[in-house]
Design a protein around this ligand. Structure first.
Ligand SMILES: [Fe+2]
Ligand SMILES: [Fe+2]
Length: 146
């Protein structure tokens, strides 16, 4: 499922892994299950924020014609995921049930269909390959990495 940019391919692989992790943690019966789930949610939140930032910044710099529509799709997905996570943290545990499938479906619904359209526009040369946490911190200096 390559888009021809190594760092973006790595981000996309991570969506796969975090979806699998979430599913595994949700179905496991260990004492620290909630902490494991929370860790997976933190990773997911960082991937969504950082990866979308990486893509959108690079697409904007490349004057990508479909940028607005692409950003709108990211924003919709981020809002849905964020709502689910918020409800879960507010105590509605069952809200989390569809989340891993939602993330797994994002791969087919967006990565393989919408992201692949910028293949050739984004390259290893014009995409910032810093770690996601660094990208996020640079975009919001108030959010400094410890
Ligand atoms: Fe992407
Ligand atoms: Fe995208």
């Amino acid at each position: 499922m390559s888009v021809g940019v190594d760092v973006i391919d790595d981000d996309h692989q991570a969506f796969f892994r975090v979806s699998a992790l979430l599913q595994e943690f949700q179905s496991c019966r260990v004492e620290n299950r909630d902490a494991l789930i929370e860790t997976a949610l933190n990773i997911l939140e960082e991937y969504i924020e950082g990866h979308f930032l990486r893509e959108e910044t690079a697409l904007a710099a490349a004057d990508y014609p479909d940028l607005e529509a692409h950003i709108a799709l990211h924003d919709d997905f981020a809002a849905v995921v964020s709502r689910i996570i918020q409800d879960y943290r507010d105590g509605d545990k069952a809200r989390l049930d569809p989340l891993s499938d939602l993330v797994a479906n994002w791969i087919g619904n967006h990565i393989l269909t919408v992201d692949t359209r910028y293949r050739g526009v984004l390259t290893d040369e014009n995409v910032d390959n810093q770690p996601l946490a660094r990208l996020i911190a640079n975009a919001d200096p108030m959010d400094e990495i410890e």
